[in-house]
Design a protein around this ligand. Sequence first.
Ligand SMILES: C[S@@+](CC[C@H](N)C(=O)[O-])C[C@H]1O[C@@H](n2cnc3c(N)ncnc32)[C@H](O)[C@@H]1O
Length: 187
Amino acid sequence: METQQNICPWWLGYTMINPLRKYQHNPDKILAPFVKPGMTVLDYGCAMGYFSLHMARMVGNEGIVHCVDIQDKMLNNLERRAHKKGYSNIVNSMLVGKNYEPQKLKGQIDFALLFAVVHEVPDQQKLFNEVYTMLKPGGKVLFAEPPGHVKTSEFEISVAKALNAGLTISNKKPAIKKLAVILTKQA
Ligand SMILES: C[S@@+](CC[C@H](N)C(=O)[O-])C[C@H]1O[C@@H](n2cnc3c(N)ncnc32)[C@H](O)[C@@H]1O
């Protein structure tokens, strides 16, 4: 596991799966424009899978949700929750430093979610390069950061890294008002 200073503690994962969160982050509004049945999608920094399980419902049995995190406690809880919902065959969890191998997903991802994670990642350029590699041509990314933790200037620096990786800013507007952007890998 890489050394990381500002990682979200695993026990905060429980607050992120609180069902009341839907009033702030409505998964249908946020994801439905991008996530369709049969898609292969990525939830990077998935924690206990607040968005992952909604993505599993949206892609259905013909799709797959690759869920990546750096904390196994987050992924263990995600797997339990996926099992309870009958999504074990759709949700594939991958731990950074163990079985997360972005090269194996080269050109496979239709849609990637980077929600409230990039500011925790020490090498953001490497992450955006990996995401670019994993995306299909025409694939999209929803990149969003929490305004309480991340300044606009910091978000802009991260977006510049995404552009440096080869992504472009889409005209599509995300259903998140602040510090959010849709990025595309050109077809
Ligand atoms: C603030 S939480 C957001 C979780 C989730 N995206 C959500 O919105 O519910 C950030 C998550 O990113 C994970 N994380 C931090 N650094 C990471 C890294 N380098 N690679 C993968 N996951 C990471 C943390 O373990 C944590 O689960």
